[in-house]
Structures are given as C-alpha cells and as structure tokens.
Design a protein around this ligand. Structure first.
Ligand code: PLP
Length: 471
C-alpha cells in the first residue's frame, strides 16, 4: 500500500510507505496522507473473528508491506489486552432497530483508545526497527490527549506533548492528562480554543528545521494509521449484525471528522453500510455544509459534548480530496481560501457528491439532555453527552428514512467522564469506575502557556530528550 499527500499537486505525486506515514503524521506540504488506492475487504471471509484478529487483518490491508502478519497479531494482542470488555467493542441493543456500539472500554474510557493503543505499539515497533526516536506533538479537545499520553507512557523512543484549550475541557479529561506520571509525557494548557491549539501544532510542523531537529510526529486524528485502526470496529459491528447479507447504518458523533471518515473508508472498501449519519452538536459547520453547501467558519461554542466543539474538522480534507477528483492543486487552493476567508469556495458538484455519502443532524445541548433522559427512562442506561448526540441523530434519521437497516449509534465516551451532564438529565450520578477514581487524588503536572508559537516551541525544545541528547 502506497500513500500520497492530499496537497501534492505534481502529476506524479511523491509516494510513501505505511511506516513513513505512521511516523510522520502530517505531510511536509501541510496535507494529509491518503492511500493511492483502497484495499478491498472480503466480508464473506470474516466469520466472527476475535477483535484482535480482525484488527490484525484490517490494519494488515494497509500496513502489510511494513508489518508482518505475526507481528501485527502480537501488536494487536498487546494493544487490546487492557480493555475491560471481552468483546473490546460490545454492541448493546436499545430498541427494535437501534443499537449502541460501546467504544469506551479502554484505559481512558473514550473511543480514542481503540486507535491510539494500537498506534503506541506500531510506533514502538517501527522506531525500534529504525533505531530512531520521535517527539510527538498534538492538539486535543479532550480525549485524544489522554489516550495518546496513556499509549506512549514510559516508552523510551518517544517524548510526547499535548496541547489543550485551558478551561474548556472537563475536570476528568484534564486530570487524565495531567496525572500521567511519566517523564516523557507533557500536558500543555493553552490560553485559547481547540482551533488555536490545532493551529499551533500546524505551525510547529510547518517549521522544517524544528521538525527535523525534534523528529516531530503526530498521533492525533490526522494520522492515517488511526483511520485504519478505527475501521476495525465498523467491520466488527456490521459482521455481528449480519453483514455481508444485511447492510447496517451508523450514526457517528462528529468533531474532527476522523471517526466517520473511517466509516466512509470501510464502506468504500466493500463493507455494506446503508447510511452514514453525521451527528454534530451546536458546532454544526459540517451539518450546515451537507445541508446547503455552505462551509463557513463560526466561533466555537462550548457545549456539553466538548470533544466535538470544533469548527475546522481537519480530516474533512481527506474527503475534499476525493470530492475534488483527487486533485492536489484544487485541494491546496480550496483550503488556502478557507483559511484566508473563513469560507470554503462553493463547489456544487462536490457538495452534491457529499450529500450522497452522508446524512447529517445537529443536536444542541437541550436535545442532548433530553436524549440522555429519554434513553435512561426507556432502557435504564446512562449515556454520555457525545453518545447522546449520536443517539438523537439516529432517532431523527430513523423517523425520516424508508429503509429498515439496523442503526448503530457510536457510544464514544463512558458516562462517568461527563457526570454533571448525565446527572442533570437523569438525576442519577454515574458510578465512577476505579480507573477514574484513582486520578482524582493524584497530583497534577501541567504547563500553562500563552497562545504563541514561540512560547510553545521553547517549552518543547527545553523538555524534549531528543534535543537534550543532540545538544
Ligand atoms: C474525539 C471524540 C469525538 C469526535 O470524533 P472525531 O473523530 O473527532 O470526529 C466524539 N466523541 C468523543 C467522546 C470523542 O472523544
């Protein structure tokens, strides 16, 4: 499998291996790596494999040239050993047609663990082979940071720095990052929004000499290896519900467009998916785009589902690349205009194609609370606000459409990560699992920095072991 950047405008774009793409994250031209061609998934050959074996198979379709079958099986085994449910991603039925796909049984209780636990293993194996080290830098709206820090703790070849918007994530999310007691793990609170954090990270990567000096690498949702790892649970759920004979629909609570993009790739590889329902909170730029073709930036509105409080959905560039006929020059132009004017230049044909791929629903905080309450009354289950956005969108979709495929809403966080919203909606405080109870007493370690690339660069330079060794 060979990869290229979404912004490579040359007639013969530069090509890269899976391992290069894994370790680099973002392409040097600022684009995102995508496969040159997609592998095909033979769904009939998959008869209820274990999650680990399925992960090794699916990720192997993207990584086989760099990682052997036995090696991938071992890495997947280790990556998913720490999950608290035997099925790793269990399905739970809510009503006749609606299911929950629980993605929160990993160490940090959010779906990011599914990809990042595996990425930690893949990074380690690849770096050991190369005798190399990296500095991972990322931006998080809450859950990626803790999942990435947890996946990299105490690894000798990795220093990791995560930026988050100060005061805009929950206490549990913050503590999950600031209590990781490992010398190679650093949480940085930025005086700004998540988009500011993301821009800072992009600026660090755009500095070619810094990038070389520190071997900068990314583990956030722009890393294609994460997209590959996230395809696994869509396949697992579809097979469990009757694929290939029966198609399934998914409702995905969306922020950076990484999770739902994985579903889109799974479908393009042959997984029978009837409909992909993109669920947003009040930060509805993607829903507005799908409804009317207008992708214009608004201010980020803090919501009850903070991991989706995003305006610039970085993975959307991968879809845009497809919508623009895989034309790197057109993508570069469109993204530059979007960054400059805050509006994506209208492209009717691209918008019409997008509308065939996704349905979209916006679920604001009031509807989110109503859904948490309704699900609790109907089933006795407590769901977190991100999951509630997906369930509400799934119900809105079910009320409207004509097919009767099973509808799977993705449960992306454990309710105990957002206890206040859950208690407000139901009057019940979700019991805290032991892993969370522990971090409430641990000392926190965090650097608070201004929204300035200079300050962030200095901080990372001073603490990266790579730089200290070279100096
Ligand atoms: C990250 C996250 C999302 C959004 O996923 P994207 O891949 O960014 O679209 C939704 N819910 C939770 C709990 C998350 O942590």
């Amino acid at each position: 499998m060979r990869y290229r950047s979404t912004r490579d405008a040359r007639p013969a774009p530069a090509i890269h291996s899976f391992e290069d793409v894994l370790l680099a994250g973002l392409a040097p031209d600022g684009g995102l790596y995508v496969p040159e061609t997609l592998p095909t998934l033979d769904v009939t050959a998959l008869s209820q494999p274990s999650y680990r074996d399925l992960a090794a198979h699916v990720v192997g379709l993207f990584a086989a040239q760099d990682f052997g079958e036995g090696e991938l099986r071992r890495l997947c085994e280790t990556a998913y050993a720490g999950f608290r449910h035997a099925a790793v991603t269990p399905l739970v039925q809510l009503d006749d047609r609606l299911w929950l796909l629980e993605l929160f049984h990993g160490p940090t209780l959010a779906f990011k663990d599914l990809a990042l636990q595996l990425l930690g293993q893949l990074f380690d194996a690849a770096l050991a082979r190369r005798g190399a080290r990296v500095t991972i830098v990322g931006a998080t709206s809450g859950d990626t940071g803790s999942a990435a820090l947890e996946a990299c703790r105490d690894r000798s070849a990795i220093d990791i720095f995560f930026l988050y918007p100060q005061g805009r994530i929950s206490e549990v999310q913050r503590r999950q990052m600031t209590t990781v007691a490992a010398a190679n793990c650093h949480a940085i609170a930025i005086d700004g929004t998540f988009d500011d954090c993301q821009d800072l990270v992009k600026a660090l990567f755009a500095d070619a000499s810094l990038r070389r000096e520190l071997s900068l690498s990314a583990m956030n949702s722009i890393n294609f290896a994460r997209i590959a790892a996230q395809i696994v649970y869509y396949v697992a759920a579809a097979v469990a519900l009757g694929a290939p004979d029966r198609a399934v629909s998914f409702a995905v609570p969306t922020g950076n467009f990484g999770n739902i993009y994985s579903a889109h790739v799974a479908r393009a590889m042959g997984l029978p998916i009837e409909r992909l329902v993109l669920a947003t909170n009040a930060n509805d730029i993607l829903a507005r785009y799908l409804a009317g073709g207008d992708m214009s930036l608004a201010d980020v509105t803090p919501s009850l589902s903070p991991s989706m409080d995003i305006q610039v959905a970085s993975n959307f560039e991968r879809l845009l690349f497809e919508l623009k006929g895989r034309n790197g020059a057109a993508v570069t132009q469109a993204i530059a205009a979007f960054r400059r004017d805050g509006v994506l230049p209208p492209d009717d044909q691209a918008w019409r194609s997008a509308g065939k791929l996704f349905a979209a629903h916006r679920v604001d905080d009031a509807a989110t609370l109503a859904e948490i309450g309704e699900t609790y009354r109907q089933t006795g289950m407590l769901i977190d606000p991100h999951t509630a956005v997906a369930v509400a969108a799934a119900r809105a979709h079910a009320a409207r459409d004509e097919d009767d495929a099973p509808l799977v809403a993705l449960a992306t966080a454990h309710p105990a990560k957002f206890p206040d919203a859950v208690a407000r909606a139901t009057g019940v405080r979700p019991p805290m699992p032991p892993v969370l109870a522990e971090i409430m007493d641990k000392p926190e370690r965090v650097a608070v920095l201004p929204n300035e690339v200079g300050a962030v660069t200095r901080f990372i330079r001073e603490r990266s072991r790579l730089r200290r060794r070279a100096a």
